[in-house]
Design a protein around this ligand. Structure first.
Ligand code: SF4
Ligand code: SF4
Length: 422
C-alpha cells in the first residue's frame, strides 16, 4: 500500500471517539493512544512528515488486539485493522521485528516438518514443568513465576498431531478440502479429528490438506509481510492445484486470512492473485459447511434439556465480527445439543488473545480473558464452545486460571458427540 492510500484510509476518521467506547483495550490502558482514534492520529502525524520516534510508534501500533470492535462501531467505516497492519508492516521494515518472531514466522511456521518437530520438543520439555492442573478441558501445565510465567498455563501437548495420526492414503483426495490449521493439528488434535469426521459425515469425499504452511496471519499481524506472503503463496498454489469444490476451515482466523487478508499481500493481475480468488471463493467456515451439506439432518433428536442452558457460544472476533458468521454456529449448536445451548453472557466480548498480543503482554491479555470467562460462568455457562483456535487456546488457559471446572470446546467436538452418540 502506498502512503497516499494509507492517507486516504486515515482521512476518513472524523475523530468522533465512538471507537473509544467499544475498544477492548481502553478500560485497561485508559489512554487515547490505545484506541483507534489515537493510532490514526499518530499515523497521520507520521505521514505529514512530523518527526516521530519509530520505536515508540511501533510500540503504540503493536498495543492493539486487532479485535475489530472499533471498526465495526465506526460511523465512517474507517478500516482500522488495515491501517494498523499497514503501519506495523512499514515500521517492521524500518526497525525490524523481535528475533523470536523472525525465527517463528520465517522458519517454523512456514514449514510443516519444523512445526511437528517443535511440538515434539515442546512436549518433551513440558514434563519438566512442576505445576499440573487438571481441568475439564484436559491437563494444563503451569509455568513457574520464576520463569516469567505470570501463572500462565499451557495445555499438555500430544505425542502425535492429528494429520500424523491419519493413515498414509487416508483423506488424500476429495471434493471437500479440510484446512485444519496449526493449532488444531498440533496442539488440539481432537478438534482436527472431530472436524474431519463430522465433515466426512456429509457423505462427500474429504481430503485433509497436508504439509500446510501456517495460514500466515500471525506473521502478517506482526508486520512480517514477507513471511506471511511466503506462507500464503505455498498454500495457495497447492490448494488451487488440488481443485477442491469447497475448503472448510474449523478456525475463523485461518479463514479470515484466505477470505480477506491474502489479497493485500499479492499483486493484482498475477496468476497467484487468481489462485487467491479461486481459494477465497471456496473457503467456508465449519458451521456453514455443516448447514449446507446436510450433515445436521443426520443428527438424532437432541437430549431433553436436563442441563438446559449450560452450553454457550463465544463469538470469535474474526469469525463473527469481521466475517459475520455468528448465526451459523448458533444454528448448528441448537440442532446438535438442543436446549442445552443458550445465549451466553458476554458472548461477543473479546477473549483477549489477540495473536501475538498474548505473548507480548500476557498480564493484560489474561485480565481481559479472565473477565470474559468469569462473565460467562456467572451467567450459568459450564461449557464454552467456539470456532477459532486462538480463542480455544486462550479460554482454556483462562478457565485453568479461574475455574478449572469450566470446559472450553470447539463446536466440532459437540457435533461429533451428538452425531455419534451411542
Ligand atoms: S469511530 Fe471511526 S471516525 Fe470515530 S474516531 Fe474512531 S476511527 Fe475515527
Ligand atoms: S482493534 Fe480492538 S483493541 Fe485495537 S483499537 Fe480497535 S477495539 Fe481497540
Amino acid at each position: 500500500m502506498k502512503d497516499s492510500d494509507l492517507k486516504a484510509l486515515t482521512g476518513l476518521c472524523a475523530k468522533c471517539g465512538t471507537c473509544r467506547t467499544v475498544c477492548t483495550l481502553y478500560p485497561e490502558r485508559k489512554a487515547e493512544i490505545a484506541v483507534a482514534r489515537g493510532k490514526v492520529a499518530l499515523i497521520e502525524a507520521a505521514l505529514s512528515g512530523e518527526d516521530g520516534n519509530a520505536e515508540a510508534m511501533q510500540e503504540a501500533l503493536t498495543d492493539c488486539l486487532l479485535c475489530g470492535r472499533c471498526e465495526r462501531a465506526c460511523p465512517n467505516q474507517v478500516l482500522v485493522e488495515e491501517i494498523v497492519m499497514k503501519g506495523r508492516a512499514d515500521l517492521a521494515e524500518k526497525v525490524g521485528i523481535p528475533a523470536w518472531k523472525s525465527v517463528l514466522f520465517g522458519r517454523v511456521m512456514k514449514s510443516p516438518g519444523a512445526a511437528g518437530i517443535a511440538r515434539k520438543a515442546a512436549a518433551a520439555g513440558q514434563r519438566l514443568l512442576p505445576g499440573k492442573i487438571s481441568t475439564a478441558s484436559g491437563l494444563h501445565y503451569r509455568f513457574p513465576d520464576g520463569l516469567g510465567g505470570k501463572r500462565r498455563t499451557v495445555p499438555k501437548l500430544p505425542a502425535r498431531g492429528f494429520i500424523e495420526s491419519l493413515g498414509k492414503e487416508e483423506a488424500s483426495f476429495g471434493e471437500v478440502m479440510l484446512f485444519v490449521g496449526c493449532v488444531f493439528d498440533h496442539v488440539f488434535p481432537r478438534v482436527g479429528r472431530t472436524a474431519y469426521e463430522t465433515v466426512k459425515a456429509s457423505g462427500k469425499s474429504v481430503a485433509v490438506f497436508r504439509d500446510a504452511a501456517c495460514c500466515g496471519l500471525p506473521a502478517m499481524v506482526s508486520g512480517d509481510r514477507r513471511s506471511a506472503a511466503s506462507s500464503a503463496e505455498a498454500n495457495l498454489r497447492r490448494l488451487r492445484a488440488a481443485e477442491p469444490g469447497s475448503i472448510v476451515f474449523p478456525c475463523g482466523s485461518c479463514l479470515l486470512m484466505f477470505r480477506r487478508n491474502v489479497f493485500s499481500l499479492i499483486p493484482k493481475g498475477t496468476p497467484l492473485y487468481d489462485d487467491a480468488v479461486f481459494v477465497a471463493d471456496r473457503a467456508v467456515d465449519y458451521a456453514s459447511f455443516l448447514l449446507s451439506s446436510g450433515v445436521l439432518d443426520r443428527l438424532p433428536d437432541p437430549p431433553e434439556g436436563e442441563r438446559a442452558g449450560e452450553i454457550g457460544y463465544h463469538d470469535p472476533c474474526h469469525l463473527t465480527g469481521t466475517l459475520g458468521k455468528g448465526p451459523e454456529a448458533r444454528e448448528v449448536l441448537s440442532r446438535a445439543v438442543g436446549p442445552e445451548f443458550a445465549e451466553m453472557a458476554g458472548a461477543d466480548l473479546c477473549c483477549g488473545y489477540g495473536g501475538t498480543f498474548n505473548v507480548r503482554d500476557y498480564p493484560t491479555s489474561a485480565r481481559i480473558g479472565e473477565n470474559k470467562v468469569t462473565v460467562a460462568a456467572r451467567g450459568g455457562t459450564k461449557v464454552i464452545s467456539t470456532a477459532c483456535s486462538g480463542c480455544v487456546l486462550q479460554m482454556r488457559d483462562m478457565a485453568a486460571r479461574t475455574d478449572p471446572s469450566l470446559r472450553v470446546v470447539h463446536i466440532a467436538e459437540l457435533v461429533h458427540q451428538a452425531l455419534f452418540r451411542k
